[in-house]
Design a protein around this ligand. Structure first.
Ligand code: UD1
Ligand code: UDP
Length: 419
């Protein structure tokens, strides 16, 4: 270990120099994905790293957290992601079971493949499990979508975000608020880089293809004359109070408008188990409700773009509607994506039935405003991430030394504080 007395401010100034890799030292990067939103984030980065194949050997590891073809295969097919090089097949389970299985299986893979870097996305259980396993094996971890915070520790995703960021060596953020959160938590600044929103790369690339989808005709819908709904947070669909509120919102909006609801498997299972109104909605009891299986990316993107209003508890949907300029009502008490409110079209409604229905009716009647996307939500995030990985993996010995020193410097500063 080096002594922090060697720290010199000049070292930091030179840190951002890009060192071009020599083709003889190709680095192995494992991209870990487990659930629907991960696949949407992985697609552009895989494509960018694969195009730099003299620099990176890029492997896709699918944990198997999501496994239904409509939650997994369809994204690989539509987004042109190759079959995963490694599939762990962990499936569903309690948080502890699922996390533990991913850790055990990742450990075997990391031991055998010895990657130079493990890249994780978002905030799901697979993200946490892979980041902890890699860090404990001494493998550098990159977190794509670092720094987001809802400050609500009852959400499993918030715990996953906190742990993953603690494990990560390179924290790549989508927006300034995330940088501020990390700074407040004492993460050394040189580990953090704002790269923009990788989900928007996928949206930008696939929007022309989504525009060709015939989903509106299939469901007999007119542009901006229907509402779109997605719902899968445990707080909304596992809890009877939340479920009742969601059912009320559906029923009241459906009095006046068509509402398309591609139900997540967690939600469908809960509707069936709950019975009563929920079961009847699944059986087609409400004529204006189009309750479907989860949809493929292209159909769903087209439905978002043309909806009069989108109601959701999804993280990704808050971002995509903001980019598209479609009014979004978030049926949660908080969001880890405040930029979608300050710079986008998102409105935080909670599970207030009256407010949700009133807002939905208003937006269905109003014409849309014009919105500028947040900085760096521009379709080029994957390139910036690949550059950042190059700098990290191929930086000069001096640059690596500085990274190590900054960690020590932080430890020393903390020690000084507690003395
Ligand atoms: C997970 C993530 C959540 C993310 C969501 C994206 C965690 C803690 N949660 O939630 O952050 O927003 O994915 O959609 O990681 N199931 C199936 N088929 C599948 C997958 C799941 O039937 O292909 C059912 C199972 O009954 C399972 C339940 O859905 O128990 C929940 O799946 P799970 O992956 O645990 O959590 P999600 O609710 O999908
Ligand atoms: N999505 C989709 N089909 C659907 C619902 C969502 O393709 O039926 C896409 C959506 O466009 C976004 C991603 O899935 O790209 C969001 O995933 P989800 O809401 O499951 O997870 P979250 O973002 O909340 O973690």
């Amino acid at each position: 270990m080096k002594s922090s007395s060697r720290l010199n401010p000049k070292d930091f100034e030179s840190f951002n120099v890009t060192a071009k890799p020599s083709s003889t030292e190709r680095k192995t990067v494992i991209l870990v994905a487990g659930a629907r939103p991960n696949f949407v984030k992985l697609a552009p980065l895989y494509s960018e790293l694969a195009s730099r194949n003299e620099t990176f050997e890029t492997l896709i590891l699918h944990t198997g957290q999501h496994y239904d073809s409509k939650m997994s295969d369809v994204f690989f097919k539509e987004l042109g992601i190759p079959k995963p090089h490694i599939h762990l097949g962990v499936g569903s389970g309690s948080h502890a079971e699922q996390t533990a299985k991913v850790m055990i299986e990742c450990d075997k893979v990391f031991t055998e493949r010895k990657p130079d870097m493990v890249v994780v996305f978002g905030d799901i259980n697979s993200t946490l499990a892979a980041s902890v396993t890699a860090a404990k094996s001494g493998i550098p971890v990159t977190h794509v979508e670092a720094g987001l915070r809802s400050f609500d520790r009852t959400m499993p995703e918030e715990l996953n975000r906190l742990v993953t960021d603690c494990m990560s060596d390179l924290l790549l953020t989508p927006s300034k608020d995330a940088n501020r959160n990390l700074e407040r938590e004492g993460v050394p600044r040189e580990k953090v880089e704002m790269v923009g929103n990788i989900m928007i790369d996928t949206l930008v690339k696939f929007l022309p293809e989504a525009d060709k989808s015939d989903v509106l005709e299939r469901f007999n819908l007119q542009p901006q004359k229907y509402a779109l709904l997605t719902m899968h947070r445990p707080g909304n669909v596992d809890d009877p109070t939340g479920l009742e509120a969601v059912l009320d919102i559906i029923e009241q909006i459906a009095e006046d408008y068509k509402i398309v609801f591609p139900a997540h498997p967690r939600t469908r299972n809960n509707f069936v188990a709950y019975g009563g109104r929920a079961q009847r909605f699944i059986e087609g009891d409400l004529s204006n409700l189009i309750l479907t299986e989860p949809l493929g990316y292209l159909d769903f993107l087209k439905l978002q773009k043309e909806s009069g209003v989108t109601l959701t508890d999804s993280g990704g949907v808050q971002e995509e509607t903001s980019y598209l300029g479609v009014p979004c009502l978030t049926l949660r008490p908080n969001t880890e994506r405040p930029i979608t409110i300050t710079h986008g079209t998102n409105h935080l409604i909670g599970l207030n039935v009256t407010s949700a229905v009133e807002h939905a009716r208003r937006f269905m009647q109003e014409s849309r405003g014009v919105h500028q996307p947040p900085p760096l939500w521009d379709g080029h995030t994957a390139e910036r991430i690949a550059d950042s990985l190059e700098r990290f993996l191929f930086g000069t010995g001096r640059e690596r030394e500085i990274r190590a020193l900054t960690v020590i410097a932080r430890e020393e500063a903390l020690k000084a504080l507690t003395m």
